[in-house]
Design a protein around this ligand. Structure first.
Ligand code: GAR
Length: 223
């Protein structure tokens, strides 16, 4: 047997529709910081959404924690300042987060986006940016929190997984959900093939979720 289902139809029916650009139009250009630990394809997706006018934002800074992270060269390409804050240089998570907050304040950031940030955050960051930290995770939360989310979905033999963008709270991979997208698991999927399809959805929903979060804040402020 080949693929579990053979046409595009079931896949298409699982994909939540895009929000229209009008629906997501922000009045003010928001200042973003992206925090990333690795490849940075989500960084790139946000940068492209800004370039094509889909997201009224500016990436003021990239914070990365791993000196070898590919995301650094992506930031360079997009002419975004990249600041390395290496967690290995800090004994306590709180001190690491204090250094991050200092940089975020320096760049006068409105919203913090964790796009492949592989560190647990503390109250130090969340109290400095209450309800203004966003995370993307490669599963349909609350399923498969933490590391190896794609592998865990395969091991659990679920038929559908996906990705979630949410506001960050202290408990790992929890907090109010902004947008989710579903991805069907195919019989011959490997962690790599499945993650690649999850990432297509991540790149689509992350910019939309950032706009949604900022819009809800704009509405609260104007009340
Ligand atoms: C993404 O799939 C993101 O959901 C995941 O890391 C990947 C980063 O990809 N994040 C987590 O697992 C956080 N718990 P990228 O570096 O290509 O943007």
């Amino acid at each position: 047997m080949g693929k579990e289902f053979d046409s595009d139809r079931p896949i298409a029916s699982l994909i939540s529709p895009d929000r229209s650009s009008e629906e997501l139009q922000l009045n003010k250009t928001i200042k973003l910081a992206i925090m990333a630990s690795g490849n940075g394809s989500n960084f790139e997706a946000v940068a492209k959404a800004i370039e094509t006018g889909k997201l009224n934002a500016e990436i003021k800074v990239l914070i990365y924690n791993n000196p070898d992270a590919k995301v650094r060269s992506r930031a360079e390409k997009w002419q975004v300042p990249a600041v390395l804050i290496n967690h290995k240089e800090f004994k306590k998570r709180q001190d690491f987060d204090r250094a991050i907050v200092e940089t975020l304040k320096e760049y006068q950031i409105d919203w913090v986006v964790m796009a492949g940030w592989m560190r647990v955050v503390t109250e130090v960051l969340l109290q400095a940016f209450p309800n203004r930290v966003i995370n993307i995770h490669p599963s349909l939360l609350p399923s498969f929190r933490g590391l190896r989310a794609v592998e865990k979905a395969l091991e659990a033999k679920v038929k559908i997984t996906g990705c979630t963008v949410h506001i960050v709270s202290l408990e790992v991979d929890s907090g109010p959900i902004l947008i989710q997208a579903a991805v069907p698991i195919l019989i011959d999927d490997t962690p790599e093939t499945l993650h690649a399809r999850v990432q297509i959805e991540e790149h689509r929903i992350l910019p939309q979720a950032i706009a949604l979060a900022a819009l809800s804040q704009e509405k609260q402020v104007s009340k």
